[in-house]
Design a protein around this ligand. Structure first.
Ligand code: IPD
Ligand code: CA
Ligand code: CA
Length: 257
């Protein structure tokens, strides 16, 4: 059955707000139950797990035949061609430190193509959303990527992979190569929010290497629907992307690898 994506978006936004309430109920509290995952820098909290469990139960109830890929529980098979791609808490390092920049990211793919994306930042109360072909919005207002075309006027965001301590291919060389040309650089700690800020023009662009699909599925659609471009600039290091307007994406690409 083909979904009514606008109706589905409303549902996803409701779920995202409820997940935001879960985040806030733990934020800066003493009940986080912090554990490490792939290595000592990669942490997970009770809020990540509870948020994922909530989304799995909502999606399972509304769309029992849809597949789901969730960061904390992996792949859940489905039969309808639809797959939800969820990061229940993007920015767990910030969250666990008490830094108020983190999000929940919910993407929906049909036959492998992202058709809907929602990213909610509970501390900012910012809901970013897009349906393919219908534009991108923040709290109901249409958003558009920055029009800046040169690096010297641009503020970009990036991030560093969790294997940065053992793999010299850790984005430091890129920072060294590009920083002198930029007005500024930020490391906000949530890829989904980096992409949404790029979509809204608060950031002029963003790049990162070695992401997972759940980090960028929703945010990439939001950038594209905001008139921007998202390119995969290499294929040997997880999902490695550059986002921004198409001219700036090329300028960034010339400086990094
Ligand atoms: C991380 C954040 C961070 C990015 C990492 C991601 P998590 O996601 O998006 O900004 O630099 O690559 O893994 O672990 O907080 O969900
Ligand atoms: Ca993430
Ligand atoms: Ca996460």
């Amino acid at each position: 059955m083909q979904l009514d994506l606008k109706e589905t978006l409303k549902l996803a936004e409701i779920w995202a707000k409820e997940v935001g309430e879960i985040h806030l109920s733990y934020f800066r509290g003493n009940n986080l139950d912090i554990h490490t995952k792939s290595n000592v820098y990669d942490v997970v909290t009770r809020a990540d797990k509870e948020s994922e469990a909530f989304l799995l139960s909502q999606i399972g109830e509304c769309f029992p035949d849809h597949a789901i890929l969730g960061e904390e529980t992996g792949e859940h098979a489905g039969v309808a061609g639809y797959r939800w791609v969820i990061d229940p808490l993007d920015g767990t390092n910030n969250f666990s430190q008490g830094l108020p920049i983190f999000t929940v990211s919910i993407g929906l793919q049909y036959e492998g193509m992202t058709v809907l994306g929602v990213v909610y930042a509970p501390c900012q109360k910012e809901m970013y959303s897009a349906v393919r072909g219908e534009g991108a919005y923040m709290n109901g207002k249409k958003i558009h990527v920055s029009v800046k075309e040169d690096l010297s006027h641009s503020v970009l965001a990036t991030g560093f992979p969790y294997d940065k301590g053992v793999n010299p291919d850790n984005n430091i060389a890129n920072i060294v190569a590009i920083l002198p040309y930029l007005r500024g650089i930020r490391r906000m700690g949530t890829a989904a929010y980096d992409l949404c800020c790029t979509a809204a023009g608060w950031l002029d662009g963003y790049w990162e290497l070695n992401l997972n699909l759940w980090d960028m599925c929703a945010g990439a659609l939001i950038v594209e629907e905001a008139g921007g471009k998202v390119i995969h600039f290499r294929t040997d290091r997880g999902i490695s992307i550059i986002a921004g307007n198409s001219t700036l994406v090329e300028r960034i690409r010339e400086k990094i690898r």
